[in-house]
Design a protein around this ligand. Structure first.
Ligand code: PEP
Length: 255
């Protein structure tokens, strides 16, 4: 089953109105990248203006988190419906920084993924083991537990992002063999649970992807794109990463 690659930018808590120029460059560059879907997930303050700027372009806009409820007395939180209303088409849920700094459990992540579905957003569900878990030989066990607990039942209408916590922002990445192994394992879990539909769900790799390693990491079987943090803040580098999927971007080089 062919899966169209998705390369998504997670801007985290970065970006001011002045960053709109980077989005505009991504929108322009996306015209040369017919073989890949591009998404930018800015901070919530920029969501509506980015969605307006990206309307009609090849760049989708996503949120970085949502609350499980549609509305209510949850000061500071944002619902999936609000993200949708602001122009988002997807939302990241269960990022390791949310799990770590906000104590989000697999069950909470699953509720958020269900909220995304309710609102008509694609949930990008993040999973991944810590350094200690990896060293303890527990990678598969952790990934299996997180998949089982974080993904909603029913349709395989989500995207999975495998992001080893130790690779995020560290400049260190797993070997291509390790990526192939764990993505194959995730695919097997998805097909066991969702049947044929599990073959259609995209599995992104995330963790220190940059222009130099993108081709090596993103052209592995069952790697259907990337979730990119730090390297996504500069349009040129983000576009070069997406260029790992070919298209006509190779004509444009990083300066
Ligand atoms: C992330 O936090 O989702 C991520 C992949 O970060 P980085 O690319 O900076 O490692």
């Amino acid at each position: 089953m062919p899966r169209r690659p998705l390369v998504a930018a997670n801007w985290k808590m970065n970006g001011l109105k002045a960053s709109t120029g980077e989005l505009e460059k991504i929108i322009a560059g996306a015209e040369n990248l017919a073989d890949v879907e591009l998404m930018v997930c800015p901070p919530a303050t920029l969501l509506a203006s980015f969605a307006a700027a990206a309307r009609g372009s090849r760049v989708a806009i996503g949120g970085q988190d949502c609350h499980a409820q549609a509305s209510g007395a949850y000061t500071g939180d944002i619902s999936a419906e609000m993200l949708k209303d602001a122009g988002a088409t997807a939302v990241i849920v269960g990022h390791s920084e949310r799990r770590r700094y906000h104590g989000e459990t697999d069950a909470a992540v699953r509720e958020k993924a269900l909220a995304a579905r309710r609102a008509g957003l694609v949930a990008i569900v993040c999973i991944g083991e810590t350094h200690a878990e990896r060293d303890g030989g527990r990678t598969r066990e952790i990934v299996r537990t997180q998949l089982d607990g974080s993904l909603p039942d029913g349709a395989a209408d989500f995207v999975v992002a495998y992001e080893p916590v130790w690779a995020i922002g560290s400049g260190v990445t797993p070997t291509p063999d390790d990526v192939a192994d764990i993505h194959g394992f995730i695919r097997d879990r998805l097909t066991a649970r969702y049947g044929e539909a599990g073959r259609g769900a995209r599995i992104l790799y995330g963790g220190s992807v940059n222009a130099a390693n993108a081709k090596r990491l993103l052209t592995i079987e069952n790697v259907d794109g990337a979730l990119v943090g730090g390297a996504s803040l500069k349009a040129d580098e983000f576009l070069a990463i997406a260029g790992a999927y070919g298209a006509r971007w190779s004509a444009i080089s990083l300066s």
